[in-house]
Design a protein around this ligand. Sequence first.
Ligand SMILES: *[C@@H]1O[C@H](CO)[C@@H](O)[C@H](O)[C@H]1NC(C)=O
Ligand SMILES: *[C@@H]1O[C@H](CO)[C@@H](O)[C@H](O)[C@H]1NC(C)=O
Length: 159
Amino acid sequence: MHVAVLAFPFGSHALSLVDLMLKLARVAQETRFSFLNTEKSNSSIFLAARVTLPDNIKAYIVADGVPLNRVFSGDPIERVELFIKEAPENFKTAMDMAVAETGRKISCLITDAFLSFAGSIAENLSIPWIPVWTPVPHSLSAHIYNDMIRQRYAQFSYS
Ligand SMILES: *[C@@H]1O[C@H](CO)[C@@H](O)[C@H](O)[C@H]1NC(C)=O
Ligand SMILES: *[C@@H]1O[C@H](CO)[C@@H](O)[C@H](O)[C@H]1NC(C)=O
């Protein structure tokens, strides 16, 4: 088994995912975990948390999508948008690296739920996708109910 774990490298998202991965890696010692994250988020997690990775986890760097010589406007969303735009290709490149290095095909994707494109990568590889919701659960329930209310409302307004 080779599980690729794809992080959303903003806020505390990646840290929660690392926490889960460490627990899984402890109980599934035959499974190889490849942790894919940007360089900046990787070093802030592993320096701050002083985590030493067990032998069955290895981190790989994913490009952050920021073009060379980019001048930032100061809007914090800008980095997120640049990252997301290139994320499918950049994660696929890092996954290829992990496959080449381990000689094992990826058999499962565990990703931050924000990386919704991972569903179609998993589908293309015919492997399971496990999206993980890392923020507090209330925000997920707000999204879900918001959607339900809009669906119902749309239904009533057209009938
Ligand atoms: C991730 O960050 C840690 C801490 O700075 C560093 O030791 C490690 O080499 C980094 N991993 C990669 C793949 O660069
Ligand atoms: C999945 O495969 C289709 C068809 O080859 C391709 O167009 C699409 O970009 C792939 N999706 C991802 C996220 O790689």
